[in-house]
Design a protein around this ligand. Structure first.
Ligand SMILES: Cc1ncc(COP(=O)(O)O)c(C=O)c1O
Length: 384
């Protein structure tokens, strides 16, 4: 018999990916499915990115890079912090990773020893919980609610630490699944509270650049020792390129370099070359973001009239997290029926919240405007 480790057994499936497989199977069989289950841009990578990667590929050799990433890319990322946020980040503190997913592994492995408890938002991105568990660390849910706009506060962090003696905390803004952006004052307070408690502050900023009328502010403005995790997957439309970055305190650079050397050697060369060009594609990428803004308005406008009104303003990212308690107490069954009967794929809330997720559904509006309108049309008929 093949043994399965306790750690592997503790990892829950990512239901969004399961729904994606079911939706893709239907689409392959010729069924017409509106795909709102997975959080990825439907737009391709910017033209400049594709051209740069093509040129590099034609150059012939696709090598490893330094484990911390191509120096030119690390410098360009540092420059972006200066220009966009007015924050001085030495390029030496920038680490290029294989998507933010690798950033979490590197952050958790370099910061925490087995058994450490780490506060994570709930609802929240499911990988936090599952990566921590897989590394023998203990995720401690910090419960957020619609009444508080799903925004974590300094008081919540202090209370969670008092009850569970945390070793660190992770927050995200804009958030998945809620889309909530933590306001600047609240983010400053959170950073100050973590610092006062002596807790490393890990800030997932992967949806930066995708704010609707609100700024997306980096935690580095309030804490130069924050461990920031970011990616080219979302704003830059480069999910499958698997390239992201971290900004880390000096003391973590070398430990992270050693881990990266052994865990994956380097992020893919072609993707790093492409990522470097992404900084010159702001106009194209802002146009994609403006498309999300239109999609967001379509859903927020139409959903209340079709029984999906228990939402809250979506500040950023490209998700609408609907409380469907008026329609079901089993979001998984609800999503299965929605896919089968209405041809709309969305993700049940259990992915994001093991306690209250059974009456929530996450809709991604990263697709086209026509898809959003079609989804509304189908859901209106289905829920009538
Ligand atoms: C909040 C959040 N963080 C991280 C990720 C992982 O992104 P990647 O590994 O593609 O950078 C996602 C993906 O959906 C996410 O929603």
């Amino acid at each position: 018999m093949i043994p399965i480790s306790r750690r592997a057994a503790a990892v829950a499936p990512f239901l969004a990916m399961d729904v994606m497989v079911a939706a893709a199977t239907k689409a392959r069989a010729g069924e017409d499915v509106v795909r709102m289950e997975v959080g990825q841009p439907s737009a391709p990578a910017p033209r400049a990115v594709i051209a740069a990667a093509q040129r590099a590929l034609e150059g012939g050799r696709v090598p490893y890079t330094e484990a911390l990433g191509l120096p030119a890319l690390r410098e360009r990322i540092a420059q972006d912090y200066r220009e966009r946020h007015g924050v001085a980040v030495p390029p030496e503190r920038v680490v290029v990773t294989t998507g933010s997913s690798a950033g979490f592994i590197l952050a958790f492995l370099s910061l925490f020893d087995a058994g450490a408890r780490v506060g994570v938002p709930q609802p929240g991105y499911p990988a936090y919980h599952n990566i921590l568990s897989a590394l023998d660390l203990v995720p401690v849910p910090m419960r957020l609610s619609a009444a508080d706009r799903y925004a974590p506060t300094a008081a919540l962090l202090q209370a969670t630490h008092a009850a569970h003696a945390l070793s660190g905390v992770l927050v995200m803004s804009p958030a998945n699944p809620s889309g909530t952006v933590i306001g600047e004052a609240a983010l400053a307070e959170l950073c100050a509270a973590a610092r006062a408690l002596g807790l490393p502050f890990v800030s997932d900023e992967i949806y930066h650049g995708l704010g609707y009328g609100v700024p997306t502010t980096t935690a580095l403005r309030f804490d130069s020792d924050a461990i920031v995790i970011n990616s080219f997957s979302k704003y830059h439309c480069m999910t499958g390129w698997r390239v992201g970055w971290m900004v880390v305190p000096d003391a973590l650079v070398r430990p992270i370099e050693r881990l990266a050397q052994h865990l994956y050697i380097s992020a893919p060369y072609l993707s790093q070359v492409g990522a470097l060009a992404a900084f010159d594609a702001t106009e194209e990428l802002d146009a994609v973001r403006d498309g999300y803004a239109r999609n967001r308005a379509i859903l927020l406008d139409a959903f209340p009239g079709i029984g999906l009104g228990r939402t809250h303003p979506v500040d950023g990212a490209f998700y609408l997290y609907a409380d469907v308690a008026n329609l079901t107490n089993d979001a998984s069954a609800f999503c299965r029926r929605m896919l089968d009967e209405a041809g709309v794929a969305a993700t049940p809330g259990l992915d994001f919240d093991r306690e209250a997720g059974h009456h929530h559904v996450r809709f991604s509006f990263a697709g086209s405007e026509a898809e959003c309108r079609e989804a509304v049309r189908r859901l209106r008929t289905w829920l009538a």
